[in-house]
Design a protein around this ligand. Sequence first.
Ligand code: MN
Length: 240
Amino acid sequence: MNKRKFLKQSLWLTAGATIFPSVVLSDSKMDTKKKQMIKTALATSTFTLPEIPYGYNAFPDKIDSMTMEIHHTKHHQGYTDKLNIALKEVGISNKTIENILGMENLPTAIRNNGGGYYNHSLYWDILTPGGVMSEAFKAKIIENFGSQEAFMNELTATAAKRFGSGWAWLIQDKNKKLYIFSTPNQDNPLMKVSEMQGNPLLGIDVWEHAYYLKYQNKRGEYLKNIMDIINWERVEARMV
Ligand code: MN
């Protein structure tokens, strides 16, 4: 991975001193608070709750601020804390979350809480108030799904059909092809237990806690609305 590519990736997914902390911390564009957060994470080898750059009230017509706040400060924080405890218990440190989730025979507590930690970190990263798809990414979508409409329909239908709690995914497999599928609970495409594996580009949370206050049982309405606030630039940047 070159330096540019590395810096493009979100830094909060890394705990432990395995990947070039000096490069990260020498990034002049990074603010002091973020540097301090990374230093703390490196020192303690634990994962920290990422900040939401756009705030809780960024898209009140799509996801209300109370849902955002509870989702972030209670649910995501809970997964983060329990992941750190579970890692300590089994003695795992100095690994990226991606490496941890890709392990064979993942202990249940790490599967659930590590999945919850990673999935929500991705979710905040790929939302924005009003995202626009680049022409290059649009072409990629058309190449893989026939049309932009077919892609949107498949993604929302896959999310709608997930029975109970889980996630719908857009992934890039090792042959760089794009696929849509879903996983139950907090599983994700990095895990060996996942029906398909690949690089997650976009994840949509279909747990009721993600939409129930505003939408109650109308998951379809939530899905229709969330498609308006996808950060397509970030989704595209996640491609390798
Ligand atoms: Mn959630």
